[in-house]
Design a protein around this ligand. Structure first.
Ligand SMILES: *Cc1c(COP(=O)(O)O)cnc(C)c1O
Length: 506
């Protein structure tokens, strides 16, 4: 990749080296940082104002992938300094082509429109770059993470023995919790003996479980037989009866099920599995109950909605993404354990150069004993800042607003003869189909219609929404994430869907 060998052999290489050192020195200057950061904040604040207030702002300035790649080609290595973009120019180009999650008509994937304040905490975090594998590398990060883990574990209803860690996303979080579950409940030491040390192992989840759980199980070597998928009921929930039957069938086949994964709520529709019911079944059989609350655990901040998670305090582990509904940027996921000591079992190994001592829990302050990551940023910082500076009430207000808006939107869909609602929303996710009367009997054509309408809407930049498959059919899927979305935006969405459907169907 480097051509420095050739550079050194070339006449004038010394003066090139001196020039590069000069560029480096200038780039290290704190005063330059001050100037560039001030200018960047102006640009970002203007952009935020534009995408949240101007009717002309696009959600996504659509371009095909190859044209985006060409647009961001790097300058040639040897190009003259004045032919390079300034940082401000580069940021302007980034802003002009980015997907705008704060836009009121962004209703797509479950990624937060972060509180602007967290862009400032991220700036500090990047400059400090304190790691968290060992305490010495970032004392404030460890302290903040402890405080936020405590605050979240209390919301779950866990007791004093609870503990947990922040990791890079719900997918890594689910893998981490399942590793701990396996070590705790396999009945043999998988960490040392491998999978050959005992009977074949399996997990149980539902047909609505996020795909990362299946992936985690396969990464863990469980294979096809190791993931038992239980069908959900009409409300797309995993029920205790179906779970018990699946556990019986697995036992008959000689499989040892070490964990059940419940969704709270599910990714496709936001449906909450009945946790108390599932906890009863798991408790009776000694199976670890893992609750994937990546999306929906944030309802625990809301007194109006926390009842949907009744029973979560009986879970053995919980995964909770802050970068979905808690207004912080990606990635920030809490893995919480009812019995904190279980958190050491996910990675039962000992890296002696990092973690001296034999009992890893003696060094609770070296978080790397409990995470897949070695170098890990201060992932709790943004949420810590929101909780400390603004208080938890803002998170409750955010969840309440989006949930109420989703219910209102669902009611409008239900009332419209040419739209069909997939399920009554329990969170901020609404799945629906447009079924214009002339096509009403042609299910295949209706499936294609949802896809083509979505494509036109997305490429127009007017709305960003996604699609999903449910009960064998294609549905449009809206997740309300931007705090700037209101009912008028959603009325406009239904109207645009109708208009576009008329043009693509004709
Ligand atoms: C988003 C989501 C995940 C994956 O989390 P990432 O942070 O995107 O890795 C897992 N489970 C559920 C239920 C989710 O909604």
């Amino acid at each position: 990749m480097t051509d420095s060998g050739r550079d050194d052999a070339r006449p004038g290489a010394d003066s090139d080296g001196a020039a590069h050192r000069e560029v480096l020195q200038a780039a290290l200057d704190p005063e330059r940082f001050r100037r560039e950061a001030h200018a960047a904040v102006e640009l970002l604040a203007d952009h935020l104002r534009h995408v949240t207030r101007d009717d002309t702002a696009l959600v996504l300035p659509w371009q095909p992938p190859l044209s985006a790649v060409a647009h961001f080609a790097l300058p040639e290595d040897g190009v003259a300094a004045d032919a390079r973009p300034t940082l401000a120019q580069l940021l302007a180009k980034l802003l002009a082509t980015s997907h705008n999650l704060h836009h009121p008509r962004y209703v797509g994937h479950q990624v937060s429109a972060p509180l602007p304040m967290t862009a400032i905490t991220q700036l500090a975090r990047a400059l400090l770059n304190n790691g968290l594998a060992v305490y010495e590398m970032g004392p404030p990060g460890l302290a903040m993470e402890r405080a936020v883990i405590d605050a979240l574990a209390r919301r779950v209803g866990f007791g004093a023995e609870a503990d947990g860690v922040f990791v890079s996303g719900g997918s890594v979080g689910n893998l981490t919790a399942l590793l701990a579950a396996r070590q705790a409940r396999a009945g043999f030491d998988v960490w040392r003996e491998g999978l050959r040390g005992g009977p074949p192992l399996a997990i149980v989840c539902s047909d609505q479980t996020h795909y990362c759980v299946d992936r985690a199980a396969r990464v863990m070597g469980l294979g096809d037989d190791g993931v038992i998928v239980v069908p959900t009921d009409d409300a797309l929930k995993l029920r205790g009866g179906a779970l018990a039957a699946a556990l019986d069938a697995a036992a008959t086949r000689g499989l040892r099920v070490f964990a059940v994964v419940a969704s709270a709520g599910s990714t496709a529709t936001g449906a909450y599995d009945p946790l108390d019911e599932l906890a009863d079944v798991c408790a009776a059989r000694g199976v670890w109950l893992h609750v994937d609350g990546a999306h929906g655990a944030s309802a625990l901040f809301s007194s109006a909605h926390r009842g949907k998670l009744a029973g979560i305090a009986r879970a053995d582990s919980v995964v909770w993404d802050a970068h979905k509904l808690l207004l912080v940027p990606s990635l920030a996921t809490a893995v919480l354990y009812r019995e904190g000591r279980r958190s050491y079992e996910a990675f039962a190994q000992e890296a002696s150069y990092l973690f001296a001592g034999s009992d890893p829990s003696e060094r609770w302050y070296d978080l790397g004993t409990r995470t897949l990551e070695c170098t890990k940023p201060n992932l709790a910082l943004d949420l810590y800042a929101i909780l400390a500076v603004l208080g938890p009430g803002v998170l409750a207000a955010h969840v309440d607003h989006l949930t109420a808006l989703a219910a209102d939107f669902a009611a409008r869909i239900d009332a419209a003869p040419d739209f069909r609602l997939a399920a009554h929303p329990e969170t901020n996710i609404v799945c629906f189909r447009h079924e214009p009367a002339p096509l009403a009997a042609d299910l295949e054509r209706l499936d294609r219609l949802q896809d083509s309408v979505r494509q036109v809407l997305v490429e127009s930049g007017a709305f960003y929404l996604v699609r999903t498959r449910l009960r064998g059919r294609t549905w449009l899927r809206v997740t309300l994430m931007s705090p700037h979305t209101d009912a008028a935006d959603l009325d406009a969405l239904l109207e645009r869907v109708r208009e576009v459907a008329r043009t693509v169907a004709s």
